[in-house]
Design a protein around this ligand. Structure first.
Ligand code: GLN
Ligand code: ZN
Length: 759
């Protein structure tokens, strides 16, 4: 029984990777130094996995930005606008594709399956002539062999997943694209075989989504070809994130090993394994240790699971590994200094997960590892302590949660009644203008927060600073002529951390960073205990802002589903129970705002779709509870209180019908970055409530001209009623500079005025 890994976090224990990238982009280091620092980071990661004792160490999983982008570049798939000629793609073009350049907008970026990792979407179109610009897995294999003496397991994204996740082609072109790319894949594998690689890991996570049965025939064709191309190279066909639908077909494919997820897809995959068995000429790579969450595994439980599997698949035909690449978890618990000892001892990040795998493999190889070992005993002790930790239970919360079951979570009156009442109370002009919540988090704002955190500033000093910012920006918004104002969110670092820090049941790491996209890392909080509302979290700033103006100021909260999806969640309770507790706590915040006279309240759900199951048949159920969560938070308010929500990052076009059931009085949705794809949806779908489709892209420093905004508004008004339409940017403005923000918003207000006149 061998131990294996699928992918190791790139970012480095101290985020060295991120820092190196950013200083290279800023021109502070030369390309030569950049490459050599990156090499040392890459090699250190392989060395570490070797020391931990992993038998099959992945190579080629490292990247300078994203592994999908690497694959596109390796195949020379550089969109024309980047004007690449010649063979090898230089770093400058590689990074332009990821981040845009003066002359060419970046490639689109989107979520990697149901994770918070974002990949760069390859653009395939008929004018591209794919070719192998470099064999990245080969280079990685050679490097690890030469420099560390490790015979790695090269990793690459499989052709089916790669094409499926790309854009720019229609389904008719799909077969042709496969035929174009297959020879390149074959060449990659042949060169690896020649170099002496034994195994290659080909990731096909698309296999866990709902594929049509015919697609399995295409996949069989692909792997037939790849297998014939390099007969001495073993292919580990790797799936993760869920169970596969076509188990029987999959195990018959001409590959030498198949990897399954026995955490997220445990039930289905295990059922299939026990029912249909597993071929005796293949390796089963069992994803045992959760690659998506941060809790220590219960070794006793895992042992039993391995025994169950080993009853079907002989031990020497089994690999033990994490359920997915470890890029979705932080690197090591070792450096955490602020967690309670009990919690710290209950966690396993990437390195600790690999240790668990190595130990389990040894246990089955009878190599000295035994249940009496201190490692095993310590694990069982930690599991026991966590299970019995009374601080995770909050009986008050549990009691309230119990009552929630029978709640209908409906507003007092239906939307049409509320609409009329709200119109009378709010007296807004037609096409009201507003923003999404945050204003620029300038260096001054960040510095002030640091001073406060370090204790250089007292709380009153810091709060005074925040008030001053609010005051400044209320005045700016009035001057610009916006109709509905916001306080600006200057007191918030991050829309999840801010609330997590104020709610009971959350814990925070010091170094628990995870890559979100490119060099951007996030530090998800840990939901450790029952989630409790302790005291109002946003009331003070909102009330202060409202006291400065006669215009409405929106209260501003992060919604329950987003808080859940952007945290590491306790796994001793169903996720639904956890999110219900969050919803209850947020409802108290909504009620506190309303009680203090804040009666326009926005509850942001940018990550609503992030938890959407990968399988079609599970999506409806997800929507039902996600929508219900929003309604629990927002349904107890008066009819005249106007509930807003905001969503972004995702393609919502297929889901407007479900989103409408959230019953928010007003919704704002990001539109520009997905190139207005959502607008045509409203030709068919009726949406009867207030809606703002972002009229300009906040991710770019560019100031949108008035005419451009007018055109976008008019386009939207062809499918939506002027009576329901709101005018706002795509998302919050915290990453923009003040001058850009003011200039852009002035144009937005001018555009609104122009369109109003024409109505
Ligand atoms: N209210 C938040 C802001 O404006 C929303 C952020 C988001 O959608 N991600 O920053
Ligand atoms: Zn947004």
């Amino acid at each position: 029984m061998k131990s294996s890994n699928l992918g190791y976090p790139r970012i480095g224990e101290k985020r060295e990777w991120k820092k190196t990238l950013e200083s290279f982009w800023a021109g502070q280091i030369e390309e030569h130094d950049f490459l050599s620092i990156m090499e040392s980071i890459r090699l250190a990661h392989i060395r570490k996995q070797k020391e931990i004792g992993i038998d099959l160490i992945p190579v080629g999983d490292f990247t300078f930005y994203d592994h999908m982008l690497d694959t596109a570049v390796m195949f020379g798939l550089v969109p024309e606008r980047f004007q690449h000629t010649g063979d090898k793609v230089p770093l400058s073009i590689y990074f332009s594709m990821a981040r845009g350049s003066k002359d060419a907008p970046a490639c689109e970026m989107t979520k990697w399956f149901n994770t918070n990792y974002h990949y760069i979407v390859p653009e395939l179109n008929s004018s591209l002539r794919p070719r192998l610009t470099e064999n990245k897995p080969l280079k990685a294999f050679q490097e690890a062999k030469a420099k560390i003496g490790v015979k790695g397991k090269p990793v690459l994204i499989g052709p089916y997943t790669f094409i499926k996740l790309s854009k720019g082609y229609d389904s008719k072109q799909f077969p042709a694209l496969i035929l174009l790319l297959l020879p390149l894949y074959e060449q990659v594998l042949q060169e690896l075989e020649k170099e002496g690689a034994e195994w290659v890991q080909i990731d096909e996570p698309i296999l866990v989504t709902s594929l049509a049965k015919e697609e399995m025939a295409t996949i069989a064709f692909i792997y037939q070809k790849l297998n014939e191309a390099a007969p001495r190279l073993n292919i580990m066909l790797q799936t993760y994130f869920e169970a596969v639908d076509w188990y029987e077909e999959l195990i018959e494919l001409p590959v030498q090993g198949i990897g399954f997820d026995f955490t997220c897809g445990l039930e289905e995959n295990l059922k299939n394994l026990l029912k249909f068995g597993f071929p005796s000429d293949k390796i089963l790579a069992a994803g045992m240790i959760d690659g998506r969450n941060i809790w220590r595994a219960d070794l006793a439980e895992k042992r039993k699971l391995i025994e169950t599997i080993a009853a079907v698949v002989p031990k020497d035909q089994l690999w033990l590994q994490p359920s997915s690449s470890l890029i979705h978890v932080p690197i090591t618990v070792k450096n955490e200094r602020n967690l309670s000892p009990l919690l710290k001892n209950s966690l396993a990040f990437a390195d600790e997960k690999l240790e668990e795998i190595v130990y389990l493999a040894k246990l089955f190889r009878d190599e000295g590892a035994q249940e009496e070992d201190s490692y095993y005993q310590d694990n069982q002790q930690a599991i026991h302590l966590l299970k019995n930790d009374a601080s995770r239970d909050n009986h008050l919360v549990q009691k309230e949660h119990e009552k929630l079951k029978n709640e209908r979570a409906e507003r007092k009156s239906p939307y049409l009644v509320r609409k009329k009442l709200q119109k009378e109370v709010w007296k807004l002009p037609i096409l009201p203008t507003t923003t999404i919540g945050s204003f620029p988090q300038t260096a001054v704002v960040r510095k002030a927060r640091q001073k406060f955190k370090k204790g250089e500033w007292s709380r009153p000093q810091y709060e005074q600073f925040i008030q001053h910012e609010i005051q400044k920006w209320i005045a700016i918004q009035e001057e610009i002529g916006l109709d509905v104002l916001v306080h600006g969110e200057f007191e918030r670092t991050d829309m999840v951390e801010f609330f997590g820090e104020k709610l009971g049941g959350f814990a925070f790491t010091e170094n628990g960073w995870v890559q979100s996209y490119g060099s951007r890392c996030v530090r998800p909080p840990i939901i450790y205990g029952d989630v409790e509302f302790l005291q109002p979290m946003t009331v003070k700033e909102s009330v202060y802002a409202q006291s400065l103006t006669n215009k409405a100021v929106k209260g501003m909260l992060t919604g329950p589903v987003t808080l859940l999806n952007w945290s590491f969640v306790r796994d001793d309770r169903p996720r639904q129970e956890v999110v219900e507790q969050i919803a209850l706590a947020l409802r108290k915040e909504v009620e506190a705002l309303e009680a203090e006279g804040i009666s326009m309240i926005q509850v942001d759900e940018p990550a609503l779709l992030e938890g959407l199951p990968l399988k079609e048949e599970k999506k409806q159920e997800y929507f039902e509870w996600a929508v219900r969560m929003f309604r629990i938070v927002t349904s107890t308010v008066e009819d005249t209180t106007q509930i807003h929500t905001h969503m972004c990052y995702c393609d919502f076009s297929a889901y407007m019908h479900d989103i409408s059931k959230m019953d928010a009085d007003v919704i704002s949705i990001e539109t520009s970055r997905s190139h207005g794809e959502i607008i045509p949806v409203f030709e068919k779908e009726t949406y009867d409530k207030g809606i703002g489709l972002g009229v300009y892209d906040i991710h770019s420093p560019r100031i949108p001209p008035v005419e451009e905004i007018v055109a976008i508004i008019e386009q939207s008004l062809q499918v939506l009623d002027a009576e329901q339409f709101w005018i706002n940017p795509d998302c919050g403005l915290k990453t923009r500079r003040a001058e850009e923000t003011i200039a852009s918003l002035k144009n937005m207000v001018a555009a609104a005025q122009l369109v109003r006149k024409r109505l």
